[in-house]
Design a protein. Structure first.
Ligand code: ADP
Ligand code: ZN
Length: 725
């Protein structure tokens, strides 16, 4: 018996191993093994094929162990992994490593359960008071975990042991799952009476689920229009035809509040998968899915690989979110796009939901590839918030007079406000006024941000930090200017202007401790705070009925990014943040401060007009050959040696251009990246644009194969990049 095995390595090759007799019954395709590889003895590999013959004429090595009892990579998942590897130019091993992330050594956890035995003693039994108490408790409860029996009755372990010896009680073992939401006390939520729009959307989706045919629905619904209810309804339908469902939400909005809405409707049938789970919790949730005890999965990006069988429905909430794209490790896949491919392969229905659909998805409805469903009004016809734009060229302070007044009014009326700024820290630029030196990270080409709480300068890319200097390291001048604004400075300014207001700040710096994220949100929801200052962390998904004001301190930060999606991102972020206002009884108000009040991203957000934004933006995309009219591939070339980095990027670009025989691929660069140095790496990139996906991929693979790239240079290929900084 011979196994074809791939490893989680950037080597696109299958290796053959033999199987010792003791493991013959255990191995099958889709399980993981450990095997000797190179100088290491126990490398985790994935079985992708089994054969009875081996034609090579060399000695094969035996695998060491098989890690799984059950198949963890179903044929469907294997197919999906192969597609990803081909599309995103990763190896199958790397892709499987990403798809099956849990560790192998985790033990299932068992607890001791006490129950009455069938043994009926003859005659009178002499029992102590404590023994009687224990038996009574077990009789009433039926089965009872040992530790609960002890804690509830106060009887000792010895007493119970004696009863077991006497044959009156039994102790057995039961697997206990480490559930991430065990502590929720949930009452079952009931379905509200759906609105006409919800009914229309739901019935089209239901029909598609029942037909067991592939279909993509773009559910375009303004914030608070009841999209989640449509999702719940669709899951209900999938359950009715005995199919499983997969729900993806962005990591940042995977709050207990979101999960609760699903758990309170479907209870233990829901499994939750995301990166903040402990290894044990994740393992147990996977087990529940594999054993078909859970048939609904809700999770972030990597949950797209959840081992659900009989998949009937996929849901991608906030489908426009760029965090669905894995940007830092191989494979650099986009979970929404992978979900669509998975749906297609498994003949499932997929819903992409958003208040501000991505240009790509909306375009697909225009050309008839996706079905368009719309929820144009808020539930109960609550009005959309009133949006006002403040031209900051006319203002002198960080908060315009208008925004100051609006905040003061909220405090007076016992209402709440959210103040949003897309940059953390206190001051993002620290400059010496005598010599002009701007302080930058020694390893990155990034200005250091001043953090006032610990009086340090921090690099937001590599986490380098140092104490804030008293004088300029260059000229020893002592006049140092702290310019620009971050959330810390905003919070301080609020404190100065409104000392009586109870204010909290929510950004990466205040939420690093486990649970702190929820804690801030809970106390805001409970009304213990008046004002919440934060980054995009507060923009998504939360529902705070008492928030009647949202202030955007500076909406220009995102707009000025060197990124072709910067307008789309700004429009959608402003719309999302604005959606936090007025979810209760009182109409909400949104105040956007900007230096470019005429910009169409901001104007369209003002009027809540997606179509207007889309019409402008799509024209620009077409003119400049950007998605959805082309596919992009970004090739990042990086090295700690600036010369090698540059030379290699020149070499690759020249080779690509020479081989671009039909001139159907636009090749831009090489150019230094906007972030030209990160963590000591010098970074260049080449950008390819083409509507001919196959040709583009072939060209890149061919070129990289033909060139000899120095070992000290990394080449990172990013298909459909989310950003190119
Ligand atoms: P979205 O996901 O589009 O932002 P939600 O699904 O969160 O909107 O709905 C907003 C609020 O309206 C929620 O509190 C939800 O429970 C409620 N809701 C949704 N549908 C209905 C309905 N048909 N009748 C009454 N309330 C509803
Ligand atoms: Zn740095």
């Amino acid at each position: 018996m011979f196994l074809d095995i791939v490893f989680n390595l950037p080597i696109d090759k299958t290796f053959t191993y033999s199987v010792p007799d003791s493991l013959r019954d255990r191995v099958s395709v889709g399980k993981r093994v450990t095997a000797p590889f190179g100088r290491k003895r126990h490398v985790v590999g994935y079985i992708i094929g089994i054969s009875e013959q081996f034609k090579g004429n060399y000695q094969l090595k035996d695998i060491i162990a098989c890690l799984d009892e059950q198949v963890v990579i179903s044929p469907e998942l294997m197919h999906l992994a192969k597609w990803i590897a081909a599309y995103y130019l990763s190896t199958l091993g790397e892709t499987l490593g990403c798809a099956v992330p849990y560790k192998s050594q985790i033990q299932t956890r068992h607890i001791k359960i006490v129950s009455l035995s069938d043994y009926l003693p003859e005659g009178q039994l002499k029992l102590s008071k404590a023994q009687v108490k224990a038996i009574q408790a077990v009789t009433i409860a039926g089965d009872l975990p040992l530790n609960e029996l002890i804690s509830h009755t106060g009887v000792s372990r010895e007493t119970i042991n004696t009863l077991v010896k006497k044959g009156l009680l039994n102790i057995s073992f039961k697997q206990e799952y480490r559930s991430p939401y065990k502590h929720y006390t949930l009452s079952k939520s009931v379905q509200p009476i759906l609105t006409q729009d919800q009914i229309k959307a739901s019935s089209e989706i239901s029909a598609s689920i029942r037909q067991e045919k592939f279909g993509v629905f773009l559910l375009h619904g303004v914030t608070g229009s009841g999209k989640t209810e449509v999702y719940l309804q669709a899951i209900e339908q999938a359950l009715a035809v005995n199919k499983t469902s997969l729900v993806l939400v962005p990591e940042i909005s995977l709050t207990p509040q979101t999960v609760e809405r699903f758990v309170s409707r479907f209870g233990q049938r829901v499994a939750v998968l995301h990166s903040r789970l402990s290894d044990g919790e994740r393992y147990d949730e996977w087990q529940r899915v594999l054993k078909k005890e859970a048939n609904i999965v809700i999770g972030a990006r990597s949950a797209v690989f959840a081992p659900l069988d009989r998949l009937g429905l996929l849901i991608v909430d906030e489908e426009h979110e760029s965090s669905y794209k894995q940007f830092d490790t191989t494979p650099r896949y986009h979970a929404r796009d992978v979900a669509v491919v998975r749906a297609k392969h498994e003949n499932a229905t997929i819903i992409l939901g958003s208040a501000t659909p991505s240009l790509e998805s909306f375009y697909n409805t225009q050309i008839g590839k996706y079905h368009y469903l719309s929820l144009p009004v808020r539930i109960d016809e609550k009005p959309m918030p009133q949006v006002e734009i403040i031209d900051m060229k006319e203002e002198k302070e960080m908060f315009s007079i208008r925004l100051q007044q609006a905040i003061a009014q909220r405090i007076k009326n016992n209402q709440q406000a959210i103040i949003f700024l897309n940059r953390r820290g206190f001051a993002p630029f620290i400059q010496c006024r005598s010599c002009g030196l701007i302080m930058k990270c020694p390893d990155c080409e990034i200005t250091l941000t001043y953090h006032i709480t610990d009086k340090r300068l921090k690099c937001h890319y590599c986490n380098y930090h140092q104490p804030a200097p008293q004088s300029c390291p260059e000229c020893h001048g002592e006049d140092i200017r702290y310019s620009g604004i971050g959330t810390q400075k905003v919070a301080e300014e609020i404190h100065r202007l409104f000392p009586e207001a109870r204010t909290a700040r929510m950004d990466v710096d205040t939420t690093s401790a486990k649970g702190s994220h929820e804690q801030i949100l809970n106390s805001f929801r409970a009304g213990e705070l008046d004002i919440l200052v934060g980054t995009q962390m507060i923009a998504k998904g939360h529902d705070f009925p008492n928030v009647t004001l949202v202030g955007v301190v500076s909406s220009d930060i995102g707009l000025n990014m060197p990124d072709f999606r910067s307008c789309e991102k700004t429009f959608s972020l402003l719309t999302q943040v604005a959606g936090r206002a007025g979810r209760g009884q009182v109409q909400g108000e949104v105040i956007i401060q900007t230096y470019s009040p005429q910009h169409y991203s901001i104007q369209s957000a003002l009027s809540h007009n997606y179509q207007e934004f889309y019409d402008q933006e799509i024209e620009f995309r077409q003119q400049l050959h950007y998605p959805p009219f082309t596919h992009l591939m970004n090739i990042l070339i990086r090295s700690k040696d600036t010369n090698q980095s540059y030379q290699t990027s020149m070499l690759i670009a020249a080779h690509l251009k020479n081989n671009n025989l039909h001139n159907d691929i636009i090749i831009l660069g090489p150019a230094a990246c906007s972030l030209s140095r990160i963590k000591g790496y010098y970074r260049y990139h080449i950008l390819l644009k083409s509507s001919k996906l196959q040709q583009m991929r072939k060209l890149v693979i061919k070129s990289i194969h033909e060139l000899s790239i120095p070992n000290s240079v990394d080449i990172i290929m990013d298909m459909d990049p989310a950003d190119m900084l």
